[in-house]
Design a protein around this ligand. Structure first.
Ligand SMILES: [Zn+2]
Length: 494
């Protein structure tokens, strides 16, 4: 006690501090501006903890000798001691550049440092602007709010609830050797207290959440081995979805694995057919005719030049429900499933070819292509009800069931884009992803190729040319050959 008084006296003697200034405090959801009293000491702004607790509307506790003060904010304890530069937020220690001081039984802290600690641990929306003399308190500025864990037969799904969509490449995930799975979100600000309270299950034993300078880091302690993961963002609700796949039984013999991957059977799916024409061009060109023709050209290239068995979901102008197409492919134990379509857009200027993977749609365009292709289920009077709405969890589950083939599907899709691109002048629109019913349930790598836009006058004309359709078929064929070759190289090494 004596020592503290001595220190206070010293401080009064040697400091050059100015009393009487204040800064404006603007709180979200509050119209009136409050004033926070401050003082200047050695060119630094100090404010009292009593003042701050009033402004932050939080409870505060003094030790008897007033040498320590504890603030309770959002269920967390912030402990500050007199004449110390250390601040404890729960068990985490932070250090300020200058120590706190004790004046009139009230601890005064260097405002910039202390508010910086509050910002990184509790109030990401805090702005302390010393130039313009204001403090802005935005509540609920966390953009990573909550995690939900769902346990499924073939793995665990993590739903990381976010306030916004993060740019591509700002989210990364990896598993380390010691059984932790890390997710780093650049620009992420998280409510670690709530996140660490997440009810864990499935492959997840424990979660820790760390707010780093420029990113949020989540660490998941794994209870069991995972075979791989898939990561994507959805818009509504806004979340990052990560699927952690359970490994397939270890006792599957390596040879049967080789059998599973050896590319000896392909199932080709000509889009639409019969009463379902698909899209129709200005000149009356029907998608179902274009897709059947290209499919047959592709099939005959495979049959002529390779020993791969080729099956067709249709070889005539007949109607086949979407579900039956992948069922057929599974029955034939296909090692690849390729669905061929032609595209349409209300904007007739849009043209080009693109290849799709089954995954939650990323862009509005991709989603609208999928909904157009999916609309055929309305023609399937008898089994309309067999289709679960292909969005949200249903789509995630469908994707997850396929995730063991996803890498292969991606490889094939990019090969197809490259090889078609080498042969035709049309615009390469790249590999995209969306929810297509026709790909759901395929137990093999699978893609959907949109060969061009019948809604585009020029492209419709091109697609009417045999030579153009042949070039597209040759592009897909070459992609299949390269895909097969690269897989066999990997099998040979294994
Ligand atoms: Zn189609």
């Amino acid at each position: 006690m004596k020592l503290s008084i001595f220190k206070i006296v010293l401080w009064f003697l040697f400091s050059s501090y100015v009393i009487g200034s204040s800064i404006k405090v603007i709180s979200s959801g509050q119209s009136n501006v409050e004033l926070l009293k401050i003082m200047i000491h050695e060119n630094q702004i100090y404010c009292s903890l009593n003042e701050l607790s009033r402004i932050l509307k939080c409870n505060m506790y003094h030790t008897k000798e007033r040498a320590k003060m504890v603030l309770y904010i959002k269920n967390r304890r912030i402990k500050v001691s007199s004449f110390s530069s250390f601040v404890a937020v729960d068990d985490q220690m932070y250090q300020m550049l200058s120590p706190s001081v004790n004046i009139n039984s009230d601890i005064h802290i260097p405002a910039d440092d202390f508010l910086g600690i509050l910002k990184s641990s509790l109030f990401p929306g805090l702005v302390f602007d010393t130039k313009n003399n204001f403090l802005k308190i935005n509540e609920n500025k966390f953009n990573v709010n909550k995690i939900e864990i769902d346990e499924k037969a073939n793995g665990t799904i993590l739903y990381i609830k976010t306030r916004k969509k993060f740019p591509e490449g700002h989210i990364s995930a990896f598993k380390n050797k010691n059984g932790w799975f890390y997710v780093t979100i650049k620009g992420g600000t998280l409510d670690s207290k709530i996140i660490e309270k997440t009810y864990t299950r499935g492959s997840i034993r424990k979660i820790t959440a760390d707010q780093l300078e420029e990113s949020a880091q989540l660490a998941f302690k794994l209870r069991s081995e995972i075979a791989g993961h898939e990561l994507y963002q959805t818009n509504d609700p806004s979340e990052i979805v990560i699927t952690l796949r359970t490994p397939i039984e270890n006792d599957i013999h390596i040879n049967s694995m080789k059998d599973l991957w050896f590319l000896d059977t392909i199932v080709l799916d000509a889009g639409h057919g019969g009463k379902d024409s698909g899209t129709i061009g200005k000149q009356g060109t029907k998608e179902k005719d274009i897709t059947l023709d290209i499919t047959k050209r592709l099939g005959s290239l495979i049959e002529k030049n390779t020993r791969i068995k080729t099956y067709y979901t249709r070889e005539e102008d007949i109607f086949i429900p979407l579900l039956e197409r992948t069922q057929f492919a599974n029955e034939k134990t296909g090692k690849l499933f390729i669905s061929i379509h032609a595209n349409a857009n209300h904007n007739r200027k849009v043209s080009g070819f693109e290849t799709y993977l089954l995954r939650p749609g990323k862009t509005e365009d991709a989603i609208s292509v999928a909904s157009r292709e999916n609309s055929v289920i309305n023609l399937e009077e008898h089994n309309k009800n067999s289709y679960k709405k292909l969005e949200g969890t249903n789509l995630i589950m469908a994707t997850m069931a396929q995730s063991m083939f996803m890498k292969e599907s991606e490889d094939l899709a990019s090969l197809i884009q490259v090889e078609i691109g080498k042969r035709i002048q049309s615009k390469n629109r790249g590999v995209k992803q969306a929810g297509f019913y026709v790909l759901v349930g395929a137990s093999m790598p699978n893609v959907l190729v949109e060969v061009g836009y019948l809604s585009n006058r020029k492209e419709e004309k091109l697609l009417l040319k045999k030579s153009y359709r042949q070039k597209i078929a040759e592009g897909i064929y070459e992609a299949i050959i390269q895909f097969k070759r690269s897989k066999e190289e990997i099998l040979a090494k294994g």
